[in-house]
Ligand binder design. Sequence first.
Ligand code: URA
Length: 233
Amino acid sequence: MLSSMGYGTRSEIGWLAKAGRIVFDAEAISDVTMRIPVTPDLVARMNINGEALDPLPGIVILLNKPVGATCSHKESGALVYDCLPQRWKRRVPGISAVGRLDKQTSGLLLLTDDGDLLHRVTSPRQRVRKTYRARLARPLNGDEAAVFASGSLTLKGDDKPLAPVLLEVVTDQEALLTITEGRYHQVRRMFAACGNHVLELYRERLGDLRLPEDLAPGDWRLLDAKDQMLIFQ
Ligand code: URA
C-alpha cells in the first residue's frame, strides 16, 4: 500500500521500516511482515519520515490552478500535478484532473483518484454548474445574455446548440458565466461568437463549491465529503 501511495519501491519501503522511519501507534515498525489493517484511522496512526501518512485512496483535492499550468500528465512545461507533492505522481490509482481548464485559465480545479466521482462531475447528464469570471477585451454589446440563455447558439464547428447559459454582468467588460456543459474552450468561443475576446478567465465555482479566499494560486487543500456534496447542489 505504501508503495502504491508513492513512498518508494517495495524494497525501499522495507529499508524505511528497518531504519525505524515508519511509525505505527507510536512504535517504529521493524517487522515488515506485520499485518496492519487499512482503515480510515490509519492516517492518524501512521507516521512516515516524521510526517503523517498521506491520504488513503479516495483522495479529492481542491486546487487554485495557476495561469500557465496544463491539465495534462504528458505535456512539457508546468503541469497542474506539479502543484502537489512530488510522490503523488507515483500513486496508484493515479490522480487526474476532473475535467480540464485551458492553460491560460485559472481558478477552481478538482483532482482525484476516484473514477466514479470524476465521472459524476464531468458527465453532461449531471449538469454540474461551472461558473467563470471573464474579463473581456471589448464592452458587452447588451444582447449576450439573451443569446446565451436562448439554447439556440451553435458554436463554429459544433453540430448542436449549446444548452442555455446564464450571464451576469459585473461591469461592461467583466461577466460571470454559468455553464452546465464543458465543451472545448466553451467560454472563450461563446464570447468570440459575439465578436468579443476573453482576456482573463477564472473559474469561481463548481455547483455551490467555491475556492476559499485564502487559497493562493498553486495552493490546494483536501476536500471532505461534506464539501464534495456542494458540487452537486
Ligand atoms: N471555457 C474555456 O474557454 N476555457 C476553460 O478553461 C474553461 C471553459
